[in-house]
Design a protein around this ligand. Structure first.
Ligand SMILES: NC(=O)c1ccc[n+]([C@@H]2O[C@H](COP(=O)([O-])OP(=O)(O)OC[C@H]3O[C@@H](n4cnc5c(N)ncnc54)[C@H](O)[C@@H]3O)[C@@H](O)[C@H]2O)c1
Ligand SMILES: O=P(O)(O)OC[C@H](O)CO
Length: 413
């Protein structure tokens, strides 16, 4: 990336979210910001939803000067460890935990969104109008945004709410393994709109930090081309493109492939969580690996069908099989992910999965349970539950209207 050195300004990167994956990704970004100071400012802010934590007396971080409940941000900045959501992992010293979301995102040109999906809309509303208008985003969220009007990718919801372009990152990435620097791969999808040749020529004012709105052509998930207004990145910054994103996220232990298929990368990351619940239940029944493989086969088919039916105009079907975000994520999630593990324990202990989530995850959030409900609401509205028997079965089991033992006959109908 030596060719980027002549740019006068550097990108400031902020991570919005500091859970298990939020902190692991912030660690990667801070490592790369420190290693590429010609492109990025070294200091990386990570917004932390503030809460109190207690440091146990036998913890290496116990300090008699700091007793009783303390702010998580203070603890992270003092110990360089997210003791609640990523314990045991040393974070880079240039990663700064910030309890103020407005301060964390204010001057950032690259915003990385990494929160459980149920919190993203409220969080975006908080920073609307308070970010650089020419910032760009990457959503690491695994979920879909279902509302009255239909279904949207979170990258698009974030982009529309904030008036920026947002891509997506998703892959076979169990956060604890990535944080321990065990090798894995990921997929980044980034395909910003192209300049519309029919639109008026963009006007740049003499001071190049002042850039007028420019019109871009954008093909949305319905396949329609529309002209959207985006503020161009001032020319003092290195352009935010596939190379820069790879420099920001790729590590020797975290291999990045950058593609254009935002819908494929996002949809597979969201839907595999529903399949992982079914895999966990089946495993909890003691039915073995063949049964789990059957659930994964049907689940993958439904993921592909869902992508084709609702995002077919833009999706690249190869993503499901060729990228980490597709079948590889399905495999890792159905082997050791939280959705899988909690579902398995809920069968083994005969307890509701919400109870296992509360007792086992120490504040981390399952995404599959909510996604199963949201996707089912959407499919019901479309009259398409029958075409997605595994997704429907997972929803019915969560509702208490079906038994895990009925899965084989239900998905064969
Ligand atoms: N953990 C993983 O292994 C992993 C890996 C890849 C992708 N993902 C995806 O990344 C996204 C983020 O997951 P995570 O593991 O970082 O989160 P997490 O499951 O650790 O959730 C805890 C986070 O939620 C925050 N939170 C709680 N209440 C909140 C509120 N009201 N408003 C805002 N934040 C609140 C907490 O402060 C904490 O940072 C999810 O969509 C997940 O599917 C997770
Ligand atoms: O732990 P889960 O089930 O949220 O899955 C984690 C990651 O998405 C696996 O890639």
């Amino acid at each position: 990336m030596g060719s980027l050195a002549p740019y006068q300004r550097k990108h400031r990167v902020a991570v919005v979210g500091s859970g298990n994956w939020g902190t692991a990704i912030a660690k990667i970004i801070a490592e790369n910001a420190a290693a590429n100071t010609a492109i990025f400012e070294e200091k990386v802010d990570m917004w932390v939803f503030e809460e109190k934590v207690e440091i146990a007396k036998d913890s290496p971080h116990h300090d008699p000067a700091f007793t009783g409940p303390q702010n998580l941000t203070d603890v992270i900045n003092r110990t360089h460890e997210n003791v609640k959501y990523l314990p045991g992992i040393l974070l880079p010293a240039n990663l700064h935990a910030n309890p103020s979301i407005e301060a964390a995102v204010k001057d950032a040109t690259i915003l990385v969104f990494n929160l459980p999906h149920q919190f993203i809309l409220k969080t975006c509303e908080q920073i609307k109008g308070k970010i650089l208008p020419y910032a760009r985003g990457i959503s690491c969220i695994k979920g879909v945004d279902v509302n009255e009007e239909g279904i949207n990718l979170f990258s698009e919801t974030i982009g529309k709410t904030l008036g920026i372009y947002c891509g997506a990152l998703s892959g076979a990435n169990i956060a604890n393994e990535v944080a321990q620097e065990k090798w894995s791969e990921t997929s980044i999808a980034y395909d910003p709109p192209h300049l519309d040749s029919k639109a008026p020529t963009p006007q740049r004012s003499p001071s190049s930090s002042q850039v007028d709105l420019v019109h871009f052509q954008h093909r949305d998930t319905s396949g329609q081309f529309s002209t959207v207004k985006l503020q161009a990145l001032p020319s003092e910054y290195p352009p935010i493109n596939h190379d820069v994103l790879k420099t920001l996220f790729h590590r020797p232990y975290f291999h990045v492939r950058v593609v254009n298929d935002v819908a494929g990368v996002s949809i597979s990351g969201a839907l595999k969580n529903i399949v992982a619940l079914a895999a966990g239940w089946v495993d909890g029944m003691g039915w073995g690996d063949n049964a789990k493989a059957a659930v994964m086969r049907v689940g993958l088919m439904e993921m592909v069908r869902f992508g084709d039916k609702f995002f077919g105009a833009t999706i690249d079907q190869r993503t499901f099989t060729e990228e980490s975000a597709g079948v590889a994520d399905l495999i890792t999630s159905c082997s050791g992910g939280r959705n899988f593990r909690c579902a398995k324990h809920s069968v083994e202990r005969n307890l509701p999965i919400e109870e296992i989530e509360k007792t086992e995850l120490n504040g981390q959030k399952l995404q599959g349970t909510l996604t199963a409900v949201e996707v089912n609401n959407f499919l019901k509205k479309q009259g398409m539950e029958d075409q997605f028997p595994l997704f429907t079965a997972v929803h019915r089991i969560l509702e208490g209207n079906m038994q895990v033992a009925e899965i084989p006959s239900y998905i064969e109908r």
